[in-house]
Design a protein around this ligand. Structure first.
Ligand code: C5P
Length: 227
């Protein structure tokens, strides 16, 4: 079977990463969650007080970017790779609502994007990869053999996110999560550099009314058509 590149893009909380992880496991491919990379840079900026409510020192972040080292390390117990920021495991820290609230602002910065896109292209140079994000099919791997674009209503996505955060014990309201989802959609689709758009050759999947099994089966059929 030939090795391919699978690009999964779409709005926040559409279940991209769950699907991508499942696919990678099934195919024996590498899975890369590019959102984790943008989140790690955001966490770094928050730690260094470069981003706070109504304040963002883009210039200092840009200057310090070459010193930020991001790496995925596979955790065999969990069955997926975790994000390391300058050798520190930040998998938990990057999933908070605070990071979610700032990440789209950081992802607007072209210098941040070009650093991460370069690293992502490098990770995919041998194919056999499933990568999810917002610009994978359009910018990172425009030649990917299979491109999926996932979507679902903002309310469905916010409810999923809210359930996830509650399960982790995070004290957030559904309204705050919905607000964050809507705001991120807006910034991600309106930014100048690499906005979230559906690639011409992507296949759109609206999973508002599909369960995980149905969705996985549908995408596996698409993979089998290509390999
Ligand atoms: O996928 P996730 O929700 O973790 O992504 C967090 C944020 O990172 C997105 O809302 C978006 O602003 C940014 N992002 C991006 N390009 C990517 C992946 C994520 O701009 N390829």
């Amino acid at each position: 079977m030939k090795k391919i590149t699978i690009a999964i893009d779409g709005f926040s909380s559409t279940g991209k990463s769950t699907l991508a992880k499942q696919l990678a496991k099934e195919l024996g491919y590498v899975y890369v969650d590019t959102g984790a990379m943008y989140r790690a840079i955001t966490y770094f900026a928050m730690q260094k007080q470069l981003i706070k409510t109504d304040f963002f020192d883009k210039k200092s972040l840009t200057e310090v970017l070459p010193k930020i080292q991001l790496e995925f390390k596979f955790n065999a117990d969990l069955g997926f790779a975790e994000m390391y920021l300058n050798d520190e495991n930040v998998e938990k820290q990057i999933r908070t609502i605070e990071v979610s609230n700032f990440v789209s602002k950081v992802a607007e910065v072209s210098e941040v994007r070009s650093k991460l896109v370069e690293q992502q292209k490098e990770m995919g140079k041998n194919k056999a990869i499933v990568m999810d994000g917002r610009d994978i099919g359009t910018v990172v791997f425009p030649d990917a053999e299979l491109k999926i674009f996932m979507t679902a209503s903002a309310e469905t996505r916010a409810q999923r996110r809210f359930d996830e955060l509650q399960q982790k014990g995070d004290d957030v309201s559904y309204e705050d999560v919905l607000k964050n989802v809507v705001e991120r959609d807006y910034i991600d689709t309106h930014r100048e550099d690499s906005p979230l758009v559906i690639a011409d050759d992507a296949i759109e999947i609206d999973n508002s009314y599909l369960n995980k099994e149905e969705q996985f089966a549908a995408v596996l059929d698409l993979v089998n058509d290509v390999v």
